[in-house]
Design a protein around this ligand. Sequence first.
Ligand code: HEM
Ligand code: HEM
Ligand SMILES: [Fe+2]
Length: 442
Amino acid sequence: MKYETQKIAYQYFVAATLLFGLQVIFGLITGAKYVWDYDPLINFIPFNTSRAIHMNLLVIWLLIGFMGGTYYLVPEEAETDIYSPRLAAIQLYCFVAIGVAAIIGYLAGWSWGMPFLEQPTVLKFGIVIVALIFLFNIFMTMMKTKKWTVIQGVLLGGLVMLALLFLFGVFFVRNLSTQYYWWWWVIHLWVEGAWELVAGAIIAFILLKLTGVDRELVEKWLYVEVGLVLFTGIAGTGHHYYWIGTPKYWFWVGGIFSALEPLPILFMVIDTLRDVREKRIEIENRIPLYWAVGSAVMHFLGAGVWGFAHTLPQINKWTHGTQVTASHGHFAFFGAYVMINLTMIYFAVPRIRGVSLKGHGRSLVALRLMVFSIFFMVLALGIAGVVQSYLQRILGMDYLTTQDYMKLWYAVMWVSGWGVVTGVFIYIVDFFSMGKPSKITA
Ligand code: HEM
Ligand code: HEM
Ligand SMILES: [Fe+2]
């Protein structure tokens, strides 16, 4: 750590880590409702509520993690302290307060309704204000020295795009189809556009610092990836326009461009592996490197392969909105954004605390357990989804009868879910004990 104010990132990482734990517990609660017919929580936390809390916590902690990562990264790139660490702290407390208010609201039935964007309008305005404070602080920091690097540019571009797109989810539209049309501008263009830019910049920064490869090389690839992500990702939005009343040409546009989306992600994997191999200097802290490579591979599988599997209209016609979608949603979010956040945390926290991760094997236990269990979870959901597509969509069986045939796979999902939760808790213990000698060596 070079600048004192980078320390503010630590508070962000603590908040992200704790909310991550809560998020996966709500995953288990939601999953249990699929496995058993009897639901003792039905009057307090029905399925829709626990699902909303599970998914909102995911987005909140990932965004908090990205913000923390940004506060750590920008001072080093811009070579100056953060413009206002106080503003950064206030912004974090406001964001957490809004998150808590949203979740208490869901428990009381106060919800906007659209998945991921359930926050009532007042809270959405609050989120917009938090985003503005954050962008202002980051921009002012960059302006202090005006040392523009490609990494900074891509990061800022991604963050601005992220904030602007959220506005499409703030206003209520009466027609449900139109509302869903704009909803995708937030959801799809976030995860397949803006967030990819943020993740790309973070991974480029970490690889640069860890491996000591040439900046020009990393930045050149970042350019190519960003260009391709935007090109395929923006037109790829069409893979959500098949069944919502939009014109027929979206079958072609959506099908072709979204089928190309795995390419930039594949380039990112190749690029990461190349950077890691480039200079075989002795890297003391290899843990973030393992997370980075793991993320690159899981990102490609979850978003690229699992996404491709149902992106053509001929297939999506049958699988749309089934558990195939949920399988891909878990895989992609975990591989791309959960793992990138944990990579940043394992990179930054030892530097902030001034400790070494040498022989820090507990982190790898968490990594392996999480990856292994998520993989089983998404396989189970995927099979459940294929059973559902066949019985419900092709044979025309009704929804609830179909669910009965999927129970076995829900059970496999739930048991694997416990594996994920255990991995997350090992990570949480590890987070708070970074720097203390660990019994498990790498
Ligand atoms: C990291 C990147 C990605 C993440 C986090 C992600 C996440 C998600 C999530 C959560 C959904 C479900 C939304 C909902 O209906 O509630 C979804 C839907 C979908 N995703 Fe992705 N995705 C990513 C990348 C991709 C890519 C690269 C492709 C194509 C190659 C793709 C193809 C699809 C398709 C076709 C759907 C719609 C499924 C349906 O019709 O039900 N995704 N994605
Ligand atoms: C880091 C880990 C996790 C991530 C990134 C994650 C992410 C997600 C996402 C993106 C969705 C929305 C899917 C969609 O609309 O297509 C979702 C829903 C869900 N998650 Fe998770 N989740 C995680 C852990 C868990 C765990 C441990 C369980 C426990 C079994 C679980 C169970 C569920 C269930 C049952 C749903 C509702 C699916 C449906 O609507 O049918 N999740 N999760
Ligand atoms: Fe999409």
